[in-house]
Design a protein around this ligand. Sequence first.
Ligand SMILES: [Zn+2]
Length: 381
Amino acid sequence: MNQRLPVQGAQGDLLRLVATGKAESRAELARLSGLAASSVSLRVEELIDAGLLAEEGSGTSRGGRRPRRLRLSPGAGVLAVADLGAHHVRLGLLDLSGAPLVIEERGCEIADGPQVTLDRIADAFDELLAAHVPPSVPLRGVGTGIPGPVDPSSQRVVTPSRMPGWNGFPVADHLAARYDLPVLVENDANLMAAGEARWWPGSENLMVVKAGTGIGCGVIVNGRLHRGRGAAGDISHVRVRSDSSIVCACGHPDCLEAYASGAALMAALQESGIEATRTADIVTLVDDAIPEATSLVRTAGRRIGEVLTVLVNFFNPDVVAVGGSLSAAEPLLTSIRAAVWERCLPLATRDLEIAPARAGRDAALLGAGTLLLEAALKVTS
Ligand SMILES: [Zn+2]
């Protein structure tokens, strides 16, 4: 069953406060929303009637009246989210609080093009829904991460690397035609940043680097994802200093991605006669102490770190979190740290944390849940 969330303006804000765990009672909702207690109560009753919220603990205890605890109704709905990689897709179902109900990974070649790939994802969603969600619980939104730039106004993919056939494809329209629900299409590093932000309470400004087949970065400013005009955080085509010259897939020479991405390292390894077809292979080679691999990863980390020095000085974040499949190669983070500590202003690095990402491999799916709930609540019926 597909159904848009039947909420409007302030009601949506109240539902989100409960869904994200920020409020558990009517009093907390009144305090956080700034609405009058009477108007909070009216809207909470409507949300309960709509089957979205439940209230428990309404009895009295010996110590006096216990506050009733608000929570999401288990039947409030689910979100279907995916994170598309070059050769696989991770996908799953979340409840409206963003808690995973089921997550799995399937093989999926992005080079097969958008129609085939997106239909494969949608078929997988349908299978998961049939297997894990009672028919009475509605699907409330669909979202996917894309390993390339996404225009936030049209939700189309714009000049991606290594994604033949995807340029300009209306990803959101394609999914919306199948589901008629709020659809989120977002760059994968942005989703990862949104998911990671929940793991750094107290840190409002983060840069989250995704080092995988490509290189991406998501930026959290004052606790919220900063998209800019869509390309914010895209560090892959920043020019790096080099004695040699490599032309990047974008046509310009010496982009960071042409030197330090998993794809670039795999190409370099293959030139030395060492087999590596996935970034995980690079990590294995480093773990096996193959000197060419270790040296390449170390150099990649230094190059990423050199680009980050400019950004850390400029943006001065609380945290630089490094994730993505290549980040499991230990020398990467060490070299990034060394470059940033060496070159950045002392004031910029004084309280800066450069650390492995905390949210794990499902960061992007969790981020998709957060952003999709926001998108679903913006829709008024
Ligand atoms: Zn480039």
